[in-house]
Design a protein around this ligand. Sequence first.
Ligand SMILES: Cc1ncc(COP(=O)(O)O)c(C=O)c1O
Length: 389
Amino acid sequence: MTSLPDFPWDSLAPAKERAKAFSSSGESSADEAQGEGIVDLSVGTPVDATPAVVQEALREASDAPGYPQTWGTPDLREGIVDWFARRRGAPGLDPDGVMPTIGSKELVAWLPTLLGLGAGDVVGFPRVAYPTYDVGARIAGATPFAADATTAFGPTTPSSAPKLLWLNTPSNPTGKVLGVEHLTKVVAWARARGVIVASDECYAELDWRSEEERGQSYAELPTTPSILDPRVTGGSTEGLLAVYSTSKQSSLAGYRAAFVAGDPALVGRLLEVRKHAGMIVPWPVQRALLAAVRDDEHVAAQRERYRVRREVLRPALEGFGMRIDDSAAGLYLWATAGEPCRVTVDRLADLGILVAPGDFYGAPGAEHVRVALSASDERIAAAAARLAR
Ligand SMILES: Cc1ncc(COP(=O)(O)O)c(C=O)c1O
């Protein structure tokens, strides 16, 4: 293993203490609206109740004396295939190329290792990105390489190209969505060089673009484009993996319920190691995951909650003098005040609002902060009132 970076959240502790100490003067109704204490918009952990349909499925599966299947039960894999057809515009996937994972973070962190990558192999990922892509390369002893365009890898041949390329659409932290055309180009480039493409799509259901921007109606294209969309794949999933998590869409981050889908040969390689290593999604969670992917209603309700919070927070941040960049989809607003991000973090902490500094996600994020939509309506309203002060 190559050495791991410091755990970034530890560096946010002083700002958190500052934010916790916030108290309004309480002298007027405007003060009252600001509430007391911290509004934590940093980590992006879901706060709404896990939907009843999912809780019920978990409870019903609580009698579990035997070992569950690492691959997931056939009905779970079929349920995920149906979900891709219904929600992602990716019909006809092979259920053999589907496997549940113990949340997505573990898969992101272990994918290079599970694929057998190691010293001398390059793992690519976006320059502003979820830090675990880098961590996963390091765990495998491979070389992490941050790049925003395939040209950044130079004039590669199959022997010098990266072995694995991560995409993240919609992006955490920027909220940028990769369109079908972009995905298609990346897949063609990767296939010509034998590069495996893993697309982390865990915010796909939180698409804030209008129908006009998306170019298709909601019914035709219900979520952001998937790497497994046939317009991208040309009908073959070879070399491609989509990574998805129900943590955010279904408020069940505590369950650890996610999945990977795509090329059956690649999923077969992952499965082989995971069976030996005991990386199994618990049976009650497998049943809860199935309930979550079968039910679109709770996802629509959760999306609506985040939409309302976004519509309160976005103008409040703009009124405070910040610019929102990208943020077309996902759980975050990617905001800048045109100053070093730690200065913005401290200014917001003085208002009792804790956000994540953009430098957590790579050097190009140094003047941005990431503001999560995952706080209660009351906390979001308090943040907006404080920003308007
Ligand atoms: C881009 C991205 N991928 C993966 C994950 C992991 O999600 P989980 O482990 O909850 O499934 C997150 C969580 O924040 C994320 O932002």
